[in-house]
Design a protein around this ligand. Structure first.
Ligand SMILES: Cc1ncc(COP(=O)(O)O)c(C=O)c1O
Length: 492
C-alpha cells in the first residue's frame, strides 16, 4: 500500500510555489526603501493582523496561498533591517545571496553534528571558518565553528578557557567544593563588555561575582594598569585568574580595547586571552581602523559574527580557537550510540550543539559572491558613512556627538536654550528624558531606527551602520529628520 504523506509536494507544486515565493520576495525587497523601517502599530494591532488567537488548524491548506499570505504579513508587520535607514543595534541588512543560501541549506538539510550525516556541509563549514580567520588575520589553522551568534561564540571561547585553565578537571569535578572556595576562578573584563559575560559566568557555574570589572578610560577602553593591579591583588589573595576578555568593538560605542597590552599581560600571567570581536573583528584588516584591532591575532580565542559585519541573515556567529585541541578538550564525549570516524572533523566534538544546521552555507556563498575586496570595500563604506554622520550632526548645531568608533556614532539632541547649562544635574536629567523620548519618537515615525547607549550617565542615540543599503543621501537627511522629530516631541 502506498503511503499518503500530506507534507509531500509534487515537483511541479514545489516549483510553482517556490517561483511565486521568490517573485513576491524580490518585489517586497525592492519596495523596502519606500516604506517605513518599522510599521506604526501597537502589539494589539499586530496580533489582530496575525489572527494570533486562531486555534490550531484541523485540516491543511494550500502551500502557495499560505506562503503568499506569509510574505505580505511579514513584510507589512516587521522591523526591516534591510531598510537603508535601519541603524539600530548591531544587526545587519541581509545579503541577498545569504537569503537564497538559507533556502538551499534547508533543501539539503544536512546535520553537521557528525561527518557522516553532513560530509559536504562539514567541509564547507571548515572552509568558511578558515576564510573568516584569514579575513581577520587570525591563524588559518585555528579551530572553530559556526554558532548562533555573538553570545554563543563567546560562550564557546569561555568554556574552552575554563577547561584549559581551571587548574583542575573542571569537566569532571565541576566548580563546587573545596577547590572553588579556596581558590575561585576569576574573569577579567572591562566595564564596557557585552552582557554575555554575565550569562557565561552565571550559567557555567562561576557566578557573576567571579567577574572583575576593570574600569574603562575616557575612550571606553580597558585601563590595563588596573587590570594588572587587580590580577596581582587577586593572586595574592588566593584567587585563580584564568581569562581576560578584550573587546574589539564594544557594543555601546565600538571602542577597541588595548589588545596588544592585554595580550602581553595574559602571556605574563599565563591567562587565556579571549577577544570579543563579535562586531569589530571583521574590520581588523580595513585601512585606518585602530591599530590595536590587529592584535586580535594574538588571542587564544576570538568571537566574530558573520550576522553582523558579513551581512549574513540571522543567525550566524563564529568562534575561532587558536589550538583546535582546546575545543575538543572542552566539549568532546564519546557515547556508545555515536560511532564517529576519527580521521575527520565531527563538529559535535567542538561545541555546545549536538544536531547542527547548515549556517555556514550562506556565509560561504557570500564570501565568494563579493570576495575579500568586496567585503573590505563594504565595511570601509559603513565606517565612512558613520564618520560622515558624526560630522553632519556636529555641523547641524543641535546635537552633541559623544563618540565615533568603527561604524557607531553616538549623539544626543541638545536644545539651544540648554546648551549653556550642560553638566547641571537637572539639565542632564531633562536631556536624558528628552533623548529617551526622541528615540521612541524616531522609532514611531518609521523614518529611521536607532538604538541607544548610556555614556557616563548620559542617554544617547546610537547609530550603527552595518547596512550595505544605507546611502550618502540617507546620512545627509538624518540630522534634519532627527531635529524635526525632537522639536515635535518637545511640543507635546
Ligand atoms: C561586542 C558584542 N558581543 C556580543 C554580542 C552578542 O551578539 P549576539 O546578539 O549575536 O548574541 C554583541 C551584540 O551586539 C556585541 O556587540
Amino acid at each position: 500500500m502506498s503511503r499518503t504523506a500530506p507534507l509531500k509536494m509534487t515537483p511541479d507544486e514545489f516549483r510553482a510555489a517556490g517561483h511565486r515565493l521568490v517573485d513576491r520576495i524580490a518585489e517586497r525587497l525592492a519596495r523596502i526603501p519606500q516604506g517605513p523601517v518599522k510599521p506604526a502599530e501597537t502589539p494589539e494591532d499586530l496580533r489582530a493582523a496575525l489572527k494570533i488567537d486562531r486555534p490550531l488548524p484541523e485540516g491543511g491548506a494550500d502551500a502557495a496561498t499560505l506562503l503568499g499570505e506569509a510574505v505580505e504579513l511579514l513584510f507589512d508587520h516587521s522591523t526591516l533591517n534591510g531598510h537603508p535607514r535601519f541603524l539600530g543595534y548591531i544587526t545587519s541588512s541581509p545579503a541577498p545571496i545569504g537569503i537564497l543560501g538559507d533556502f538551499l541549506a534547508a533543501a539539503v538539510n544536512p546535520n553537521i553534528g557528525g561527518y557522516a550525516i553532513g560530509p559536504a556541509a562539514t567541509e564547507i563549514e571548515r572552509q568558511t571558518v578558515r576564510w573568516i580567520a584569514e579575513f581577520i588575520g587570525f591563524p588559518s589553522d585555528a579551530g572553530g565553528l559556526l554558532v548562533s551568534g555573538g553570545n554563543m561564540a563567546n560562550f564557546v571561547g569561555f568554556l574552552a578557557a575554563r577547561a584549559a585553565k581551571a587548574g583542575l578537571d573542571v569537566r569532571k569535578t565541576g566548580l563546587a567544593g573545596r577547590e572553588r572556595a579556596k581558590s575561585p576562578l576569576l574573569v577579567y573584563a572591562s566595564a564596557e563588555t557585552h552582557t554575555w559575560i554575565q550569562k557565561a559566568t552565571d550559567l557555567f557555574g562561576l557566578g557573576t561575582d567571579a567577574i572583575r570589572w576593570i574600569p574603562a578610560d575616557d575612550h571606553q577602553r580597558m585601563k590595563t594598569a588596573e587590570l594588572r593591579r587587580q590580577i596581582e591583588l587577586d593572586r595574592k589573595n588566593g584567587g585563580h585568574p584564568f581569562i581576560v576578555v578584550g573587546t574589539a568593538g564594544s557594543v555601546s560605542t565600538g571602542a577597541v580595547d588595548p589588545l596588544p597590552e592585554i595580550g602581553s599581560i595574559c602571556r605574563e600571567y599565563d591567562l587565556w586571552f579571549h577577544v570579543d570581536g563579535a562586531y569589530g573583528a571583521l574590520a581588523a584588516r580595513i585601512p585606518d581602523v585602530p591599530a590595536d584591532l590587529r592584535a586580535l591575532s594574538e588571542a587564544d580565542s576570538v568571537a566574530v559574527d558573520p550576522h553582523k559585519w558579513l551581512y549574513a541573515p540571522l543567525e550566524a556567529g563564529c568562534v575561532l580557537v587558536r589550538n583546535p585541541l582546546d575545543l575538543r578538550n572542552a566539549f568532546s564525549y564519546h557515547p556508545p550510540y555515536y560511532v564517529l570516524r576519527d580521521d575527520v572533523v565531527n563538529f559535535v566534538d567542538y561545541g555546545l550543539q549536538n544536531s547542527r544546521g547548515f549556517r555556514a552555507l550562506k556565509v560561504w556563498l557570500a564570501l565568494q559572491h563579493i570576495g575579500r575586496t568586496g567585503y573590505e570595500a563594504s565595511i570601509a563604506d559603513d565606517i565612512r558613512l558613520s564618520q560622515k554622520l558624526a560630522a553632519a550632526l556636529r555641523a547641524h548645531g543641535d546635537f552633541d556627538v559623544l563618540t565615533q568608533n568603527l561604524s557607531i556614532t553616538t549623539f544626543r539632541y541638545v536644545p539651544k536654550d540648554l546648551r549653556s547649562r550642560l553638566g547641571e544635574a537637572s539639565v542632564e536629567e531633562r536631556l536624558n528624558q528628552l533623548n529617551r523620548d526622541l528615540l521612541a519618537e524616531v522609532e514611531k515615525s518609521g523614518e529611521a531606527f536607532f538604538s541607544n547607549a548610556v555614556i557616563d550617565g548620559r542617554f544617547v542615540l546610537r547609530a550603527c551602520i552595518v547596512n550595505f543599503n544605507t546611502t550618502d543621501e540617507d546620512i545627509d537627511a538624518l540630522p534634519a529628520l532627527v531635529a524635526r522629530l525632537a522639536e515635535k516631541r518637545m511640543a507635546y
